[in-house]
Ligand binder design. Structure first.
Ligand SMILES: [Ca+2]
Ligand SMILES: [Ca+2]
Length: 91
């Protein structure tokens, strides 16, 4: 009886933990995947251009966030976008 209770309790905790992790990464992924039209795991200038009002600004936008300079935005580089915005607002 004790063992069953322990297993049930730990499985609930694991489920809750997995849910917290997956929902967090899912939120990031879905925002990223909106831009990543061909789902190759990186966002190109063309993909940015397709999503913003002024496609001519796309190269500038990518260059501003492209930390490693490969011409594409990784999920990490893309996620710094909102952080930078927040910083500017606070100033
Ligand atoms: Ca892509
Ligand atoms: Ca990059």
């Amino acid at each position: 009886m004790k063992n069953i209770l322990r297993i049930a309790l730990s499985s609930v905790m694991v489920t809750a933990l997995l849910f917290a992790i997956s929902s967090e990464s899912h939120a990031k992924e879905s925002r990223f995947s909106k831009f990543d039209a061909n789902s190759d795991g990186k966002i190109s200038v063309d993909e940015i251009a397709a999503r913003i009002k002024k496609p001519s600004n796309a190269p500038k936008r990518v260059a501003a966030l492209d930390v490693d300079g490969d011409g594409f935005l990784s999920p990490e580089e893309f996620s710094t976008k909102s952080k930078k915005k927040n910083k500017k607002k606070n100033k």
